[in-house]
Write a protein that binds this ligand. Structure first.
Ligand code: FES
Length: 587
């Protein structure tokens, strides 16, 4: 009697006999046998045979969406992943989850990240699967998926959608989104006209895929590979290439393997893996958002990222990757230069080579398997870095008792040691109303301060990259010190202090900065000081009532009541387990 015949007679409708595949996570009717019987009846309605249903079940998160062109290759990726799963003897089961795109998220994508992580986590729990391929790409999607998968505890492989191709404007190579900001800055300064900016608009995004520079999406792709969560080489192939489709096929096959081996996500997302990811973040001149996301993912595994230690690591980790916004190249150049294997080979002395990866081999073994390097000019050697220290520095001082960060590799060297007069904007609306006013009292030596764009203040939008006031831009000013409790896009550049903690909306010192106060920024000393006495700050605090936003209903209420500060990853407090794993890096 064939397997198929047996099950037709109901012989294998015995959930006690098998806790894997279709027998996992049964709907609760109070009769497990009936639950499995019913499940099989329904899925057979879609034409599946018992033989198919007996295979290891591999879930695939389908994050295709008309609102997400960064995931525009989802149909091709899905086909390739399924092919890989079938070739390896598994059963692919794709299912939709929330998909987040930066430009199609109101009020902003950070507001949606935790919701996507909850959606991902609960779908991984609710539906039967032995492993999952997480397909993400656009900024918040990969962190949301890794957070969700970490909490669900399922064997998982991260598949990246891949970067977009670069375009060309009047023979200059352009790509989202560093060039978006650069050209918009030129337009604001009236260096180019409306016709030219419209032309640029059609060239910045030359294909589907994620932003083509070392923005947050590329940063998270590199971090996912450094964590050991992708197939080797999975971070860099552009979205529309054959290499990307091969990675997708391999991801599917690998998911079947880790399901059979029961290689859990807790064996991959270890303290050593997170420390490797921190090194990579620093060495690629990665997005400042990477710190928040890495903190949130580590938090789901019970680890705390030690920001002071991250700063110490930064001092001994050079920036090696010559990609915009810190350097000159684009993601497709990184891929042509060998991608992560070339970078990891250079970083070897700083890495934990014994960290396990989803292949079942260690990171060190994967670096060896990638073979020797070759001549290229995108990934520098440690002896000839693009920037001698890590891209991100952590600042402290009375303006940011819980810390703040600056992407020093994308900052203006002259402004990194600077004292100036504060020009204060109380919130985003205030800034929008006044920043371009000819009456704004501002000069190039001043420091722009924007309040109320922290996690509770405004769901931490990427508004920390404040525009240069129009009258300064027209006078040729290209950079000015800017300070806020918000974030900025990983594709942005400038002397910009971000993530000031605690935020102003919960009464952090930033709330009490006034126009004309003196502020000192010293990146060399890692200092961010408001040159106002503690007594005066206390007096201001006693006179000014800080209004923390609230909401009456829905997800916004949940968000405002539960969101943590930047140093805890802006995760929801109830999603974080006890921090029993301790601090990373380990001493
Ligand atoms: Fe999706 Fe930049 S907008 S990666």
């Amino acid at each position: 009697m064939s397997d198929s015949d047996k099950s037709v007679q109901g012989h294998d409708i015995n959930p006690a006999a098998n806790q894997d595949g279709m027998s996992k996570g049964l709907t609760n009717y109070g009769d497990r046998g009936f639950s499995l019987f019913l499940r099989k009846a329904f899925i057979k309605g879609a034409g599946y045979t018992d033989r198919a249903l007996d295979r290891p079940v591999i879930g695939i998160t389908n994050t295709g969406s008309a609102y997400n062109p960064c995931h525009g290759n989802m149909p091709q990726l899905m086909e390739a992943v399924k092919r890989g799963i079938m070739m390896a003897g598994g059963l692919p089961m794709d299912f939709p989850t929330i998909s987040i795109h930066e430009s199609f998220s109101q009020p902003n994508s950070m507001f949606m990240r935790n919701l996507m992580s909850m959606d991902t986590e609960e779908m991984l729990r609710a539906a039967p699967m032995d492993a999952v391929v997480l397909i993400g790409g656009c900024d918040k999607t990969v962190p949301a998926q890794l957070m969700g998968a970490a909490s669900a505890g399922l064997p998982a492989v991260q598949l990246i959608t891949g970067s977009m191709l670069t375009g060309s404007h009047r023979s200059e190579r352009v790509g989202a989104c560093t060039d978006c900001r650069r050209y918009w800055g030129k337009f604001r300064a009236e260096e180019i006209d409306a016709e030219e900016i419209a032309e640029v608009n059609s060239q910045l995004v030359a294909s589907v895929g994620t932003c083509s520079v070392m923005g947050t999406a590329s940063t998270m792709a590199c971090i996912a590979e450094a964590l050991g969560m992708t197939v080797p080489g999975g971070a860099s192939p552009p979205a529309v290439t054959a290499d990307r489709m091969r990675v997708a096929e391999q991801s599917g096959a690998l998911a079947v393997e880790i399901a059979r081996k029961r290689l859990g996500i807790d064996q991959i997302l270890t303290a050593k893996a997170f420390e490797n990811a921190m090194r990579v973040l620093l060495s690629i001149g990665g997005s400042t958002n990477g710190i928040v996301h890495l903190t949130a993912i580590a938090g789901r595994m019970g680890f705390e990222i030690d920001l002071k230690a991250l700063d110490r690591m930064g001092r001994e980790t050079p920036v090696l990757l010559d990609l915009k916004p810190s350097g000159d190249h684009y993601m497709e150049d990184f891929h042509a230069a060998g991608g992560m294997a070339t970078l990891l080979r250079e970083l070897k002395p700083l890495l934990h080579l014994d960290a396990m990866t989803v292949t079942g081999r260690t990171l060190g073994e994967e670096i060896e398997r990638a073979g020797p390097g070759f001549k290229q000019d995108v990934i520098r050697s440690a002896s000839n870095p693009i920037y001698p220290q890590g891209g991100i520095a952590v600042l402290e001082g009375n303006l940011a008792p819980g810390g703040a960060i600056i992407k020093q590799s994308a900052a203006h060297p002259k402004l990194m040691e600077h004292e100036g007069r504060a020009v204060v904007f109380e919130n985003l609306e205030d800034m929008a109303n006044r920043i371009d006013s000819p009456d704004l009292d501002v000069n190039a030596e001043d420091i722009l301060v924007l309040k109320n764009i922290g996690p509770k203040g405004a769901a931490m939008p990427e508004a920390g990259y404040m525009p240069i006031p129009r009258k300064l831009a027209k006078a040729g000013v290209k950079d000015i010190v800017r300070i806020s409790d918000g974030r900025m896009s990983g594709t942005a550049f400038g002397t910009i202090v971000l993530h000031v903690t605690p935020e102003s909306a919960v009464g952090g010192p930033l709330a009490y900065v006034q126009n004309g106060d003196r502020i000192r920024l010293s990146v060399a000393n890692r200092e961010l000081s408001l040159l106002v006495s503690a007594e005066e700050l206390a007096r201001r605090a006693s006179q000014k009532k800080v209004e923390t936003p609230t909401a009456q209903r829905g997800y916004r209420k949940l968000f405002l009541e539960s969101v943590t500060q930047a140093d805890q990853g802006v995760d929801f407090d109830f999603l974080m387990p006890p921090m029993t794993g301790g601090k990373i890096p380990k001493k």
